[in-house]
Design a protein around this ligand. Structure first.
Ligand SMILES: *[C@@H]1O[C@H](CO)[C@@H](O)[C@H](O)[C@H]1NC(C)=O
Ligand SMILES: *[C@@H]1O[C@H](CO)[C@@H](O)[C@H](O)[C@H]1NC(C)=O
Ligand SMILES: *[C@@H]1O[C@H](CO)[C@@H](O)[C@H](O)[C@H]1NC(C)=O
Length: 245
């Protein structure tokens, strides 16, 4: 569902973008780091003439980010970052951070941006909004093809909205006004230009053919530790008995 909606939105956006080649709202995206833990970075660049549109106190920008089942954002980690300048993010539901990829669903993040908090670059007169937060890869099913050692997770670009549009022309979405309130605002979708491709993470996967050996080694280690424990308990027990006799 979510995926379909976002695909439609992206298609719609690329049409708008071709109609408005001079649009001066740009986005760039990148993933920093390696392996299971990454930082997802989004840069939004507003030209001088656009900043004025979004900086009145009653205005906010909203990014809706869809994370596919292969990755998750940790709600506790996100909220612990807010006092240190982390982005204000609301999740669309509970996130099970333990579940593997094949047991999980995609989830949405609502990221609220107050443009006033970002300074204007004196050289370019642009406002660069940079949003960064950690994401984590979920474990994937082991691969049964010996040639496949990685699985690819694709993260599409977010959709962008503003809640201070005066016009009725655009397409609108009813979504929460901010991180904590239950009030709904009317968010107008904004088009932007993004030349980056959708982001991809390569997640290492286990080999199904290694399963028997992994199970065997786990069993052996468990059995050894158990017998050592039993031996230890037995010996300390017989010592206490001797003392009493
Ligand atoms: C982006 O923002 C972070 C703080 O949130 C800051 O440390 C970092 O330098 C910024 N990066 C750029 C390229 O402006
Ligand atoms: C794996 O790759 C080798 C050589 O690259 C190829 O001969 C073989 O058929 C591949 N196996 C599978 C299951 O795709
Ligand atoms: C837009 O959202 C901000 C907070 O995210 C809120 O303070 C403001 O009242 C909203 N504006 C409108 C016109 O709904």
């Amino acid at each position: 569902m979510y995926f379909l909606r976002h695909l439609l939105v992206s298609l719609q956006l690329s049409i708008v973008q071709t109609l408005l080649p001079g649009s001066n709202l740009h986005m760039d995206r990148s993933l920093i780091g390696q392996g299971f833990h990454r930082d997802l970075n989004t840069y939004i660049v507003l030209d001088k003439d656009l900043r004025g549109l979004y900086t009145s106190p009653e205005c906010s920008l909203l990014l809706i980010e869809t994370l596919p089942a292969g990755v998750y954002a940790d709600p506790f980690q996100l909220s612990s970052m807010v006092p240190f300048g982390g982005p204000k993010i609301r999740l669309d539901g509970a996130v099970n951070i333990e579940a593997a990829e094949f047991m999980s669903k995609s989830h949405e993040l609502y990221i609220f941006v107050n443009v006033n908090l970002y300074a204007v670059d004196t050289m370019t007169e642009q406002t660069v909004i940079n949003i960064s937060f950690p994401i984590h890869a979920r474990y994937h099913k082991p691969s049964s093809d010996p040639n496949v050692s990685h699985s690819t997770v694709t993260i599409f670009h977010p959709s962008l909205y503003s809640n201070c549009s005066k016009s009725d022309a655009g397409s609108f979405l009813s979504a929460p006004c901010d991180v904590s309130s239950n009030l709904l605002c009317r968010w107008e979708q904004l088009s932007y230009i993004c030349s980056a491709a959708p982001l991809e993470l390569m997640i290492p996967v286990g080999m199904a053919r290694d399963k028997p050996i992994v199970i065997l080694v786990t069993l052996l280690v468990t059995a050894t530790i158990c017998s050592l424990l039993i031996k230890f308990i037995w010996e300390s027990d017989s010592q206490t008995c001797k003392k009493h006799s």
